[in-house]
Design a protein around this ligand. Structure first.
Ligand code: UD1
Length: 365
């Protein structure tokens, strides 16, 4: 394998900040990077604004897939991606994270005999009801390069029997992006524009199907958030999939619903928050690096390092546990935490490993 051309896939909001630093490194190394946007996320606030904030180039290919059931969305992505891959003939396809676009494109590439690199390999929640868990496991299984963000992810891959030479502990590319942008984000007038004081509000994100598609679960969680809002006002930038359901149930007056935020504004809001309540994956990591207390409204996490070494606490769905969690916060911000290799240079390691593999003719099994 030579490394002249790399194709990167991004489809949904949490993918964009993961491909950005890898593209920068490829550009610096004079290696051609082809960016494919599947169009899984298509609202301007979920895609274009984030692209602009990150300085990401216009995608070379936009597949325009949009929404659909899991099967429909996955199938459409596969169908549209195959001719692009045939035409581009890259040396390797890089997929990131755990969304439907990740798995769909990894499968297409593997079936065509194109090398696949999975960035964020080895994360496991062991909750098979999460679509992302299926995507993680299938993607890892068909990948030639398993780029793990943390030691627990490496352990998972070893336990599942992957050969050691396929597993590479590289750190966290999302942290590369965060460290690059955090100071500029903090200088933005985001908080002032929303009339917020640093440390005087909580930030909420809630969009996972298990939480927002089940009316009783959502009503119970919003009730718990209402109790937290009695202590500290909450700001909730709401994902399009959750808005209708949330509005139908109604919110405590001290919970303010706003549109999805751009990358930089959201980072500013996270950095300034007294606490974050979320069911997201990436936000558990970002709050750890920012040193902001995070309560995760889930019973499992695929990112346990954010609990053992970070600022994250799993509080599940029980309103009493959630409200107690919000009362038990440390009196001041926690210190920023940096799990090993979450240092801003994960993308460099990835590109060096891919380039190094080109030196050996036998490649990766
Ligand atoms: C996806 C990822 C999830 C990630 C989340 C981040 C999968 C299986 N899940 O979930 O891991 O945390 O993105 O946002 O890939 N919609 C819009 N506009 C958009 C995108 C979505 O209105 O730009 C609405 C549509 O009604 C759509 C629904 O949101 O049906 C769900 O979108 P989809 O991309 O299927 O999954 P997410 O829930 O966003």
């Amino acid at each position: 394998m030579s490394l002249d051309k790399v194709l990167l896939v991004a489809g949904a909001r949490p993918n964009f900040m993961k491909v950005a630093p890898i593209i920068d490194c490829l550009d610096e190394g004079g290696i051609k990077a082809v960016l494919v946007h599947t169009g899984q996320h298509y609202d301007p606030l979920m895609s274009d604004v984030i692209f602009a904030d990150l300085g990401l180039r216009t995608p070379d290919h936009h597949l325009g897939i949009g929404s659909g059931s899991h099967a429909v969305q996955t199938a459409r992505i596969m169908e549209a991606f195959e001719p692009v891959l045939l035409a581009e003939q890259p040396d390797v396809v890089i997929v990131v994270g755990d969304v439907n676009s990740t798995m769909a494109c990894a499968l297409v590439a593997a079936k065509m005999g194109v090398k696949v690199a999975h960035v964020e390999a080895g994360l496991r929640s062991r909750d098979w009801s999460m679509p992302e868990e299926l995507n993680r496991v299938v993607t890892d299984r068909v990948s030639d390069f398993l780029f793990a963000p943390s030691a627990d992810a490496v352990d998972n891959l070893r336990q599942e029997g992957y050969p050691a030479d396929r597993i590479h502990l590289v750190g966290n590319v999302m942290v590369d992006t965060l460290l690059k942008h955090v100071e500029a984000a903090k200088r933005r007038p985001t908080l002032a524009n929303l009339g917020l004081e640093p440390g005087a509000y909580g930030l909420v994100t809630l969009h996972r199907p298990a939480n927002v598609d089940d009316r009783d679960r959502l009503a119970s969680l919003l009730g718990a958030l209402g109790q937290v809002a009695e202590q500290i006002p909450l700001l909730y930038p709401v994902h399009p999939r959750a808005r209708t359901a949330v509005e139908a149930i109604g919110l405590h007056p001290k919970i303010r619903l706003i549109e999805p935020q751009g990358y930089l504004d959201f980072l500013a809001l996270e950095a300034g928050a007294r606490l974050v309540l979320t069911d997201s994956g990436g936000i558990q990591e970002e709050t750890t690096v920012l040193g902001v207390p995070c309560l995760t409204l889930r019973e499992t996490t695929e990112r346990p390092i954010t609990v053992t070494e970070g600022t994250n606490r799993l509080v599940g769905f029980d309103p009493a546990v959630i409200t107690q969690g919000a009362r038990d916060l440390p009196s001041d911000h926690l210190r920023p935490k940096s799990p090993p290799l979450w240092d801003g240079t994960a993308a460099v390691r990835i590109v060096l490993i891919l380039a190094g593999a080109t030196l050996s003719d036998e490649g990766v099994q």
